[in-house]
Write a protein that binds this ligand. Structure first.
Ligand code: SAM
Ligand code: SF4
Length: 365
């Protein structure tokens, strides 16, 4: 396949995803990088990743911290989480992501609300207050509202698989794991005024090239201002791995991860696309390669190291040391880091959203 033959409809995207020709894949990544720089510039934005807890009420069949897996559980205290956010401020990261297992108990909800307020009050010197992205799963609409009012302005909730049949193959079949509810949660987030990001895993058992093409078209239809998608990485003790169902090799999942970033950049030139953590466990320079394939966001993990090792979503999750920064030059390209900036998606116009003014954009400087 040649780049000139690529079309961005379902058929064309699926053909590109299925094509394993390295020359085509390299040309595609190069073109996506070119489009990114021409549309939103060369900057890469940082989000310090704080993995607040590996306690989860859900039981997704692929996840190494699912409710029914035996592992050592932890939860950062408010003070620990705040101290970690202060490190992000000191290092001029501009933003943090608070991610964790899904919990809907009142104690947890209120703790996040207090933490958000405390993070927004951190003295960042000349920088704007820290931007905060949450990734804490499905919550009641009122909870999303409470957290938005407390200062969170972006929320990452992956749809995981846009094909409902595939979704049901990788989740238990019960009301706690409802496809429709997850979709509704995404629309709730958008209506409240969050920059609602989504994404899916890439290279899962049972997943076809057409499913991945549909994932890309879903991001476009949802008009996602940011997308965080990444390769599926098996965890040895999860039900999905234990089914023995085949999935692409690590090398293919990595190439697919980069290819999905590149195709999405062609489809949605001005959105934020994260080079997911899952890329870096497949290749120590995975994040940088993601940037050169069209991504513009990196999330250095700043979770305290003794807890980070317990946030074991998949095999070899913690291959990079605590807070490791991307190299700033690769393949003759300089990776320009937008220090001290929120790095909001150029695609997101707060003027079109309710809640305007609550979270002023801090990227104008
Ligand atoms: N609990 C929240 C949720 O699920 O939305 C946020 C935390 S969850 C650990 C973050 C993401 O990890 C999920 O959206 C999922 O895509 C990813 N993840 C979990 N297990 C994975 C695996 N085996 N391979 C790749 N990604 C995985
Ligand atoms: Fe829990 Fe998220 Fe893992 Fe599902 S993916 S089991 S919701 S932490």
């Amino acid at each position: 396949m040649n780049l000139s033959e690529l079309t961005l409809d379902r058929e064309g995207l699926a053909a590109a995803i299925a094509c394993e020709d390295p020359a085509f894949e390299a040309d595609l990544r190069k073109e996506a990088y070119r489009i990114k720089v021409a549309t939103i510039g060369p900057e890469v934005y940082l989000r310090g990743l704080i993995e607040i807890s590996n306690i989860c009420a859900k039981n997704c069949l692929y996840c190494g911290i699912r409710r029914d897996i035996r592992c050592q559980r932890y939860e950062l205290s408010e003070e620990e989480a705040l101290a970690t956010a202060r490190i992000a401020a000191q290092r001029h990261f501009g933003s943090v992501v608070i991610q964790g297992g899904e919990r809907t108990d009142v104690a947890f909800i209120r703790k996040i609300t207090r933490l958000l307020k405390a993070i927004k009050a951190i003295d960042t010197g000349a920088d704007p207050p820290l931007g905060v992205t949450l990734s804490l799963g499905e919550q009641a609409r009122e909870v999303y509202e409470e957290w938005f009012d407390a200062g969170a302005h972006r929320y990452l909730l992956r749809i995981e698989a846009t094909n409902p049949d595939l979704y049901h193959k990788i989740h238990p079949n019960d009301p706690l794991h409802s496809y429709d509810r997850r979709l509704q949660a995404l629309y709730d987030l958008k209506e409240i005024g969050y920059q609602a990001g989504t994404g899916a895993m890439i290279g899962m058992p049972f997943q076809r090239a057409e499913d991945m093409a549909d994932d890309l078209l879903f991001y476009k239809k949802f008009d996602a201002p940011m997308v965080g998608m990444g390769p599926y990485n098996p965890h040895p003790e999860t039900p999905l791995t234990l089914t023995g169902a085949p999935y692409p090799s690590a090398e293919r999942r990595f190439a697919l991860g980069l290819k999905m970033i590149a195709l999405l950049r062609l489809l949605m030139p001005d959105i934020n696309i994260a080079a997911a953590t899952a890329l870096e466990v497949l290749d120590p320079r995975g994040r940088e390669k993601g940037i050169l394939a069209g991504a513009n966001v990196i999330m250095p993990n700043i979770t305290p190291e003794d807890q980070m090792v317990k946030y074991n979503l998949y095999d070899r999750k913690t291959s990079l040391p605590d807070g490791a920064m991307p190299v700033e030059e690769m393949d003759d390209k300089r990776i320009v880091i937008g220090y001290g900036r929120w790095g909001d998606s150029k695609h997101f116009s707060s003027a079109l959203r309710p809640g305007v003014g609550k979270h002023d954009n801090h990227d104008s400087q």
